[in-house]
Design a protein around this ligand. Structure first.
Ligand code: URA
Length: 190
């Protein structure tokens, strides 16, 4: 199904029980930000804090993400949109199963159609393998821009992975700086 407006999409999504994750969630995490943004960030799925608050990236990983965004003048309240591959928390924060991703991604496709981003940044392996290519390797291909249709994709480290492995933080920061350079190069007004 294709949606014509965000409100209807959000309303239908909030009632979703298309996979078993819908039975165990506290809150569905639809997404946050500017619905007309040129830059869309996509994570993996809600964790505990996100499930409790209904907003993506609000835990420690989210605070780190906000820091990186801030460095390049991006702000979830102003000029970007943030969503996830799956909208409901996988129990014990396990990876979302391929079948859960396949069912849920239709919501993200509809969000993408309405937002019409110029750039999509995939946060971590799950999002990059789902949206860029199934053999995407974050450690090797982070920071590379890949054109698919009208949209430029880039994969970078998941902020939670950076908390576990801070040695990758300089590389992540450089990916965000490359994003900033790309925004300038394409004359995207943020
Ligand atoms: N990790 C994700 O991938 N998404 C969130 O919303 C929070 C943590």
């Amino acid at each position: 199904m294709k949606y014509e407006n965000f409100e209807q999409l959000k309303k239908d999504c909030s009632n979703c029980k298309n996979c078993p994750l819908g039975e165990t969630r506290t809150n569905l995490v639809f997404g946050v930000g500017n619905e007309n943004a040129d830059i869309l960030f996509v994570g993996e799925g809600p964790g505990e804090n996100e499930d409790l608050q209904g907003e993506p990236f609000v835990g420690k990983a989210g605070q780190l993400l906000d820091k990186y965004l801030n460095v390049i003048d991006l702000d979830r309240k102003k000029n970007i949109y943030i969503a996830n591959i799956v909208k409901c928390r996988p129990p014990q924060n396990r990876d979302p199963k391929p079948e859960e991703q396949d069912v849920c991604i239709e919501w993200l496709r509809n969000q993408t159609r309405l937002i019409k981003p110029k750039i999509i940044v995939c946060l971590g392996r799950i999002a990059a393998q789902k949206l860029i290519s199934e053999d995407f390797r974050v450690t090797k291909q982070h920071g590379e821009f890949i054109q698919k249709g009208n949209i430029l994709f880039m994969g970078t480290f998941h902020p939670a992975a950076l908390l576990r492995n801070p040695l990758n933080k300089p590389d992540a920061l450089s990916d965000f700086q490359k994003l900033r350079d790309k925004i300038n190069e394409l004359n995207i007004k943020i």
